[in-house]
Design a protein around this ligand. Structure first.
Ligand SMILES: NC(=O)c1ccc[n+]([C@@H]2O[C@H](COP(=O)([O-])OP(=O)(O)OC[C@H]3O[C@@H](n4cnc5c(N)ncnc54)[C@H](O)[C@@H]3O)[C@@H](O)[C@H]2O)c1
Ligand SMILES: O=C(O)C[C@H](O)C(=O)O
Length: 328
């Protein structure tokens, strides 16, 4: 058996954790030949609940799950971590925008970034899920100066999956027939789900994009507002679908994206497509199993450029806000 991979999950007593941890124990995160060790980080008031989750994980007798440890100390949680999944944060309620969480949740990610910097394994990769995910990832990465910035990412895979489903439904094909979806910008209402480069049932998505009334009036708002629609319907934010997107993101990062396709992730910008350096911005990306690469050379239509720029402007504003709070 190969050496176990240490996976640290924050917010382990929360709703996403409750779905994610069991799928991780079952081997869906890193594949069926990789044993995992789980470290669960919670705030002191929620440690007892996390211990109950750990008891249930034991009761599953997962063959690939070697060990589960619960702690409220970030240094202990991230000690030797190879994979860090930063889920723990307060979710938004009805009527809130994700940016409303900036101050409350931002304060969590500085100390966690420092603990990752000091304690995690040399090969650590970090996925930030807690909202506002892009700016929280920026805070964590900025507080971990010894960890290369490309090892941090922010989750826009749920938006990506949502966009694939909406597009498939509109085109009358199964979702497995959609390739090359792209989410640009922020995991927020300004995100830009881009169909121009998709291939839908063998047909170029640019043909579907000609219907700008559908594109601007239906597709983009449905994807961008899906999180709010779920909060409205369920009374709480998306949980199982978010856990599913975490599994997809990490699996593609470690095992590679399928040949001829790509996915979307928030990554540290180094100037691709005119995005300012040092923003945690969503791009179309591939992985060879070692790390993300931004898909280069896509032609950006004026319709898309305007929307990508609006989302970048929001990311810049959020960066200014976290700077003003002293978080980066
Ligand atoms: N990026 C995405 O696509 C996406 C999708 C869905 C949800 N989210 C976000 O994920 C986060 C978690 O959602 P949830 O439904 O699991 O929320 P939840 O309220 O059910 O659970 C959050 C957990 O985090 C814990 N926590 C808070 N501060 C912590 C800290 N400093 N260290 C460790 N744990 C801490 C809480 O005690 C709680 O158990 C929210 O911010 C939500 O908005 C992001
Ligand atoms: O929308 C939210 O606040 C939760 C999450 O980010 C989502 O997209 O479902």
């Amino acid at each position: 058996m190969t050496t176990p991979v240490t996976v640290t999950v924050t917010g382990a007593a929360g709703m996403i954790g409750y779905s994610l941890l069991f799928r991780t124990g079952a081997g869906q995160l890193l594949g069926a030949s990789t044993p995992v060790r789980l470290r669960l980080l919670e705030i002191p008031q929620a440690v007892r609940v996390a211990e109950g989750v750990a008891m249930e994980l034991d009761d599953c007798a997962f063959p690939l799950l070697m060990d589960v440890e619960v702690t409220d100390d970030p240094r202990v949680a991230f000690d030797g971590a190879n994979v860090a999944l930063l889920v723990g944060a307060r979710p938004r309620g009805k009527g809130m925008e994700r940016a409303d969480l900036l101050g409350a949740n931002g304060a969590i990610f500085g100390p966690q970034g420092r603990a990752i910097n000091d304690a995690a394994a040399d090969d650590v990769r970090v996925l930030v899920v807690g909202n506002p995910a892009n700016s929280n990832a920026l805070i964590a990465a900025s507080n971990a100066p010894d960890v290369p910035k490309e090892r941090f990412s922010a989750m826009t895979r749920l938006d990506h999956n949502r966009a694939m489903s909406q597009l498939a439904r509109h085109a009358g094909v199964h979702v497995s027939q959609v390739r090359r979806m792209s989410i640009w910008g922020n995991h927020s209402a300004t995100q830009y789900p881009d169909v121009f480069h998709t291939v839908v049932g063998g047909r170029p998505g640019v043909e579907l994009a000609e219907d700008t009334a559908w594109l601007a009036g239906e597709f983009i708002p449905t994807v961008a507002q899906r999180g709010a629609a779920i909060i409205e319907a369920r009374g709480s934010s998306s949980q199982a679908s978010a856990a599913d997107a975490i599994i997809d993101h990490v699996r593609d990062w470690y095992l590679g994206t399928p040949e001829g396709d790509w996915t979307s992730a928030g990554v540290w910008s180094t100037g691709h497509y005119g995005v300012p350096d040092g923003l945690m911005c969503s791009f179309p990306v591939t992985s060879d199993g070692k790390g993300w690469s931004v898909v280069d050379g896509l032609e950006i239509a004026p319709f898309s450029r305007e929307r990508i720029d609006a989302s970048i402007a929001e990311l810049v504003e959020e960066r200014e806000a976290v700077r003003a709070l002293g978080l980066v």
